[in-house]
Design a protein around this ligand. Structure first.
Ligand code: AMP
Length: 230
């Protein structure tokens, strides 16, 4: 089962992808997380990506596509994957669809998560992220048990460099201009589901699982653990 979450920054793709991973037992692939890891480790790819990411721009297709397809076609994703943040341009989508088709796979469902801009900006600027495991918190709505520290692994929480107000605005504009056109690619194929990303994360997870035809069974499983974050 190959699933794709499309939506503006701050809509909850990462949170929901982690929950789908737990509910369905397939890994979660976040290209943003992979790229941040490259930047932190100072790899060549990280060096090439860093300035784009700081500005809130997309990293060039040729850098991201190979990195993502390597994982998607690798053994850890053989039973499927929850894609979060890839593809983000029509060229990336074309490369993904061709690569999946070459392996007898196709996207099972594409979820378009939406929320108003003011909600997204509030979520982005209040977000704090664990510098180690990537767990996400919010200054108002999801505070850690100990201020400034990750509940999960105890590491320090940081604000992502691209979650400042100015860069968050730029990222929303990039999403509208470069990623929303992807919806027209998937709409005619019947796999696209429009999902309201507002409100409680549990409610959004239920909407996703219901759209997937996994209503009650999936909901009870999403606390049960599953395959890892890639
Ligand atoms: P995210 O964590 O998904 O919000 O991604 C953070 C940043 O990583 C984005 O603002 C882009 O600069 C970069 N990025 C992540 N995924 C992609 C992608 N598929 N194509 C281009 N850039 C990406």
């Amino acid at each position: 089962m190959d699933l794709l979450l499309i939506g503006p920054p701050g809509v909850g793709k990462g949170t929901q992808a982690a929950r789908l991973r737990q509910a369905l037992g397939i890994p979660h692939l976040s290209t943003g997380d992979l790229l941040r890891r490259h930047v932190a480790e100072g790899t060549r790819l990280g060096a090439a990506a860093a300035a784009h990411m700081r500005r809130g721009d997309l990293v060039p297709d040729e850098l991201v596509t190979e990195m993502a397809l390597d994982r998607i076609l690798g053994p850890s994703c053989a039973a499927g994957v929850v894609l979060d943040g890839f593809p983000r341009t029509p060229a990336q989508a074309e490369a993904l669809d061709a690569a999946l088709a070459g392996h007898g796979r196709r996207l099972t469902a594409v979820f378009h998560l939406t929320a108003p801009d003011r909600t997204l900006l509030r979520r982005l600027t209040g977000r704090r992220t664990c510098g180690d495991c990537g767990d996400s918190y919010h200054l108002d709505t999801k505070r850690p048990r100990t201020p400034g520290l990750c509940d999960h692994c105890g590491h320090r929480l940081v604000q992502r460099a691209d979650d400042t107000a100015e860069t968050a605005h730029a990222r929303l504009a990039v999403h509208t201009r470069q990623t929303e056109p992807l919806l027209e690619r998937y709409r005619p194929t019947g796999v696209l589901h429009e999902i309201d990303g507002r409100g409680d994360a549990d409610d959004v997870t239920r909407r996703l699982l219901t759209a997937l035809g996994r209503g009650a069974a999936g909901s009870s499983a999403f606390l049960a653990g599953g395959a890892g974050r890639l």
